[in-house]
Design a protein around this ligand. Structure first.
Ligand SMILES: Cc1ncc(COP(=O)(O)O)c(C=O)c1O
Length: 407
């Protein structure tokens, strides 16, 4: 006779030990409260609904399905693991505007999140050190943790990761295998890594032999200030390894789940082999849709202009409202692109405690602790997304936040 086990015993018995690195966080549990009727949410990292052009996508899907000719509807067929030719060629053309890139140098991924997961598993042995900027994008932390990395967080500021601090740690014996960086409009801080720091990072990578993962889903969403050269461009001609991750999520639509990766051939090839076991390939239909959407350069330029001007307006509304009403009590930098503003309380407010009060007042944000490597930091900060709500709702949201802020 077998014994009868309770559901908890059964489920934990079947899980691998690595699942203990992916425990549900208390902050994530809090965030379930966000989707309540009447709550204005500035919590999600979602593009504005009005930035998702369903009409354009619908027309392109029809045309892509008609394309196969004698080959039949290739968009509905299996495809190569590294991605379909039309998309790889299109992306190579796009990326070559800054850095000569061959279609063969591109691995198409199922969102850039898959790129992070594949890279982490392809390069990290348990205990290997990965350096990240603190606070950090949670999805990257999860990928590195599951791969067994020892994550070392280096604080950042308005100009991105503190490179002097990193240099001091390296001089003190820190030996990272990988450094992960979001140089443009960081998630969650919105910071842009300064040119000086970009150059220093490349020099440090060269000197200490770690490779850089440069994750850039927001680079095209610049609405103020001049663009800076990418870390990959600064590394040209130097013996450094730099992987670039890109994504269609913020420039077209996240639901298409299309991202891409370029980098040293050995890493790309290893990531491709892992991808085969993960999902064989990214949706052929989605890839061909993205290729076709990007091929209409005029329409895509106009689409990006629309998104940028919408986000500029929303970011301005958020900065004005925060500055006018919370000015003395918080520190924040008016964003120059991307989707996020990082707000730090100067009056000792704990944002985990503030969160339920804010929900009661009908507004939501993400407490800073959600972006901390150990879950315990940044209790005085919060992330606001200015992408999702229109300016009127942003102003109402900030007014509600202020009401909640008052003890
Ligand atoms: C910094 C960063 N990297 C990667 C991703 C993953 O994006 P996707 O998988 O949709 O390309 C996100 C999503 O918000 C992000 O903020």
């Amino acid at each position: 006779m077998g014994t009868i086990e309770g559901p908890t015993e059964i489920s934990s018995r079947h899980l691998s030990t690595r699942m203990s690195t992916l425990r549900p966080s208390p902050i994530r549990a809090l965030l379930r409260l966000v989707d309540q009727p009447g709550v204005l949410s500035m919590a999600g990292g979602l593009p504005a609904l009005s930035a998702l052009d369903a009409d354009r996508v619908r027309a392109v899907i029809e045309s892509v399905l008609d394309h196969g000719g004698a080959l039949g509807p290739t968009a509905l067929q299996y495809g190569p693991t590294e991605g379909v030719d039309p998309l790889r060629r299109r992306l190579a053309g796009m990326l070559s505007a800054e850095l000569p890139t061959d279609a063969d140098d591109i691995l198409v991924t199922t969102g850039s999140q898959q790129g992070l997961d594949l890279l982490a598993r392809a390069s990290i042995d348990p205990g290997d050190v990965v350096v990240v900027e603190a606070p950090s994008y949670l999805g990257a932390l999860q990928s590195f943790s599951v791969a067994g990395a020892r994550i070392v967080a280096i604080d950042g500021d308005h100009d991105g990761i503190d490179v002097d601090r990193l240099a001091a740690e390296l001089a003190g014996g820190l030996r990272p295998k990988v450094l992960y960086v979001v140089a443009n409009f960081h998630n969650p801080t919105g910071a842009v890594l300064s040119l000086d720091r970009r150059i220093r990072l490349v020099e440090l990578a060269e000197h200490h032999g770690f490779f850089i993962i440069s994750d850039d889903p927001y680079g095209e969403l610049r609405f103020a200030g001049p663009p800076l050269p990418s870390i990959a461009a600064l590394g040209v001609g130097r013996p450094v390894s730099i992987v670039r991750l890109g994504s269609a999520s913020k420039i077209l639509a996240p639901g298409l789940r299309v991202g891409w990766m370029t980098g040293p051939p050995a890493l790309l090839e290893a990531a491709g082999r892992l991808k085969q076991s993960a999902d064989l390939h990214t949706s052929t239909l989605s890839q061909l849709v993205v290729a076709e959407l990007l091929a209409d350069e005029g329409a895509q330029r106009a689409h990006l202009d629309r998104i940028r001007s919408r986000y500029r307006e929303r970011a301005g509304a958020l900065s004005d409202a925060l500055g006018a009403d919370l000015g003395e009590r918080v520190d924040f930098s008016p964003p120059t692109g991307g989707m996020f503003t990082w707000v730090t309380a100067l009056d000792g407010t704990d944002t985990v405690e503030l969160f339920p009060r804010a929900i009661d007042h009908g507004v939501a944000f993400v407490p800073g602790a959600a972006f901390s490597v150990d879950g315990g930091g940044f209790t005085g900060s919060l992330r606001l997304s200015f992408a999702t709500l229109d300016p009127t709702r942003i102003r109402i949201g900030v007014a509600r936040l202020i009401e909640a802020w008052r003890p």
